[in-house]
Design a protein around this ligand. Structure first.
Ligand SMILES: Cc1cc2nc3c(=O)[nH]c(=O)nc-3n(C[C@H](O)[C@H](O)[C@H](O)COP(=O)(O)O)c2cc1C
Length: 173
């Protein structure tokens, strides 16, 4: 694949926080997003992730009460709560990394489907973790890492080139 075409897949992903109201995400699009999530790498291939697909507006509004920076959930079509299997009962010490890798895969899929999304951090903010656990009946041995809001974009964001050679070292810092 040509370099520019490949990088374009990543450049297309920006956080979208304005969504068209009453827009639809098809089952096929949601399936693609979840398939992308579950193709992520995970420590020892343990796949310590779970995904709660939420399209119930009341539940989405409830999230905004426990998460101060999630107001876009009032207009997003859906969201996905990413829930990790912690070591408490058979999960992995790497659950955060596993779930983060799955989340980034979802965001890339969302952007490349022409949809918009944004990562809403939950863990390790205890009040958000407890609030989300309560809303979605998440058992004690599982912990929500984040919520991904998804919808049809009602804003355009330009590509931001963040390549910074000063961040790169060779063989030693
Ligand atoms: C761990 C994490 C937590 C984040 N939490 C929020 C959040 O709570 N609300 C929000 O609007 N954006 C959140 N973001 C999105 C960032 O603000 C965004 O990725 C960053 O500003 C870079 O912009 P871009 O995504 O458009 O490239 C979060 C991103 C990450 C990786």
């Amino acid at each position: 694949m040509d370099k520019e075409k490949l990088l374009d897949m990543f450049y297309k992903r920006r956080s979208i926080r304005k969504f068209k109201q009453d827009a639809v995400i098809t089952d096929s699009e949601m399936d693609t997003i979840l398939r992308a999530a579950m193709q992520a790498p995970s420590a020892n291939n343990r796949q310590t992730w779970n995904f709660i697909v939420v399209d119930d507006r009341d539940k989405m509004k409830e999230i905004t009460k426990v998460h101060a920076y999630s107001s876009m959930l009032r207009t997003a079509t859906a969201c996905i709560v990413v829930v990790g299997e912690t070591p408490k009962e058979g999960g992995s010490v790497y659950w955060q990394q596993d779930c983060a890798a799955a989340t980034e895969n979802m965001l890339l899929a969302i952007a490349n489907l022409g949809l918009g999304g944004v990562w809403l951090g939950v863990y390790p903010r205890e009040e958000r973790v407890q609030g989300i656990k309560r809303i979605f009946n998440i058992p004690a041995d599982k912990t929500p890492l984040c919520v991904v809001a998804i919808g049809v974009p009602d804003e355009e964001k330009a590509m931001e080139d963040r390549f910074d050679p000063a961040k790169i070292y060779r063989n030693s810092m």
